[in-house]
Structures are given as C-alpha cells and as structure tokens.
Design a protein around this ligand. Structure first.
Ligand SMILES: [Zn+2]
Ligand SMILES: [Zn+2]
Length: 309
C-alpha cells in the first residue's frame, strides 16, 4: 500500500449463505464472506473466513504481515475457507484467531477440522497461532488495532465492527437484518449511531423487496433499508455485500444502477458500490496532506479520503 494510506480494504468474498460459482456470477464472484483491512504497520485484519479467504491466503504467502482473523459468527459461509487458508501452514507465521462474541470461543472455526469433515486437524497447523478465547477487542487494542463491536439482528447471533485508524472509519455490518420481525437484538437507531459518519459502510444487502415476506426473519437486510441507513448515518460510501447466491451478475448490475439513481435523488453526497471480489478501497490518513492518486478508477468522496481502485 502507498505510504500516505492508513487502511486498505479489499473484498475477497461477497456472497452470502453458500458459494455460488458459475457463469452467471463470474463478474461479482461466488466466494463467501471475507474482507481484509491492511494497516500501515505491517498488520492485516481479516474479517471472516468464508471461501474468499483462500485467494487472500495465497497473496499473504508472499509477505510477512502479522495476521489477525476476527470472526462475526460461525455460520458456514463465514468459516468454511479457514482450512485452506495458506498462512496457517507456514512455519512460524504469526496468526491470531479472534472470536466475535465474548461468550464464544474459536471452536466453530476449528471444529470443522476434526478429521471427519476435513482431513487436516488443528494439530497440523504450522503457523505460530494464537487462539484468543475471549476479550478479542482488548487483545486487538493491545496490538494497536481499534475496533468496536455491536450485536446484529441475526439467528444465532453475530457481531458487527467499527474499525478506526488515522481518522478514518470502516464499519462492517454483515449478516444483519435492519428490520426483523419480533424482538430485536439491537434497535435500528443503534446501527445509525454505530455507523455515524463512516468513510465506508459495508452492509449485508442480501434481499430485494420482492424477496419478502418469505425471507423476513432470516437475518439479512433488504437493500432499500441499507440505503436508508447509509443516509441516516451520513456515511461517505456504502458497499452492499453478502449477495444472495441466486443473484446473478446482471441482477447485481441492476442493483448498482438502481442504487446510483436512489442516492442521486435522495443523498447525492453518498456513493454506493455493489461489492465484487477484488474491489479495493484506499483510505489515506485524514490528517495527511496528500490526497490519493489511484491508478485506475478514482472515486473521491466529499473532496477527499476514499478511493475505489
Ligand atoms: Zn452469512
Ligand atoms: Zn449468518
């Protein structure tokens, strides 16, 4: 990453529920959830270990960044890539595994490597691996990574995160139903405050209004509600992710066009991306004087700060 950046966010898996490879999903990608945030001090925070983590792992074999893997929850689409994450087989590689909910352990991540569901077991890991049973956020702070947590509305529970560095804010809210039926774990207004003024809001947008009411209560958001949250929280850019496995590239193109039109009409200061594998956001430190010079497409939001490369 460039010297004036403080965070670089990259999408490695943008699909929800189950991998969806094939000719109809080749442009946005079929891998399940994995997002990386590279920091300016040779550390990388990985959010979730869906199948997208496999390609990220190959990249990480080329360098020596210290790896922090923070999970939102243990549904398959968020852990299933872990056994094929290359760095865990690198002798001496520093890897920290962090559960999202304090009541949990990393059990879900490692339980799948039991010799029955996967041939390799945790005893076969070669990396210098730390398993953090609880207190993930304190542990991260000790390593200079500042993260806040919120519980999302999702069956079985899940965590959302707000990551800050160099005056920049990235909010990661996957597997969250903003308007669930029945009792809510977290009220809508709390998500607005949690996302307030973020440079980048990454949010679950699995469903369209026509998917309802059948999928009401399944723990994922309708895209319209995510747009409203972005406006209410005054974020600079919103990335829609956790796409339904049946959502084709053409359908996602239409969602991008509809979202562009909605924001142009309702909140023109906000820009929106339908996330795809390989999407990168470069965030320079806000106190720095140098604005970003990106190699490809550049998207400067409110005159500064965020670029889609
Ligand atoms: Zn999921
Ligand atoms: Zn889930």
């Amino acid at each position: 990453m460039k010297s004036d950046q403080c965070m670089q966010v990259q999408f490695w898996g943008v699909r929800g529920t189950i991998p969806a490879p094939g000719p109809k999903t080749v442009r946005y990608g079929g891998n399940t959830t994995c997002v990386s945030i590279r920091f300016d001090d040779n550390k990388i925070l990985i959010l979730d270990a869906g199948t997208g983590i496999r390609e990220l792992g190959k990249e990480l074999l080329k360098d020596d960044e210290e790896i922090f893997l923070l999970l939102t929850h243990y549904h398959w689409d968020h852990i299933q890539g872990f056994p094929v994450f290359g760095p865990i087989y690198q002798p001496g590689r520093r890897v920290h595994l962090l559960p999202g909910m304090n009541r949990s352990t990393v059990f879900g991540l490692l339980a799948q490597m039991d010799g029955i569901h996967y041939p390799v077991t945790p005893e076969d890991l070669l990396s210098d691996t730390e398993f953090i049973a609880s207190g993930s956020l304190d542990y991260l702070r000790k390593h200079g990574i500042y993260v806040e947590r919120i519980e999302t509305n999702h069956p079985g529970g899940s965590s959302g995160y707000r990551i800050e560095r160099g005056g920049r804010v990235v909010v990661f809210l996957t597997d969250n139903e903003l308007d669930p039926p029945g009792e809510r774990t977290t009220e809508y207004d709390a998500f607005v405050e949690f996302s307030r003024d973020a440079d980048l809001l990454i949010h679950d947008a699995q469903y369209l209004p026509e998917d309802m009411p059948v999928k009401w209560g399944w723990g994922h958001s309708v895209i319209d509600h995510v747009r409203e949250l972005a406006r209410a929280a005054n974020v600079k850019h919103v990335a829609l992710t956790h796409h339904d496995p049946d959502r084709t590239d053409d359908a996602l193109d239409r969602i991008q066009a509809d979202s562009d039109a909605w924001f142009a009409d309702n909140a023109p200061q906000i820009t929106c991306s339908v996330a795809y594998e390989g999407l990168i956001f470069d965030l320079p430190a806000s106190c720095g004087s140098n604005f970003l010079v990106a190699e490809q497409e550049v998207l400067l939001v409110q005159g500064e700060g965020l670029a889609v490369v």
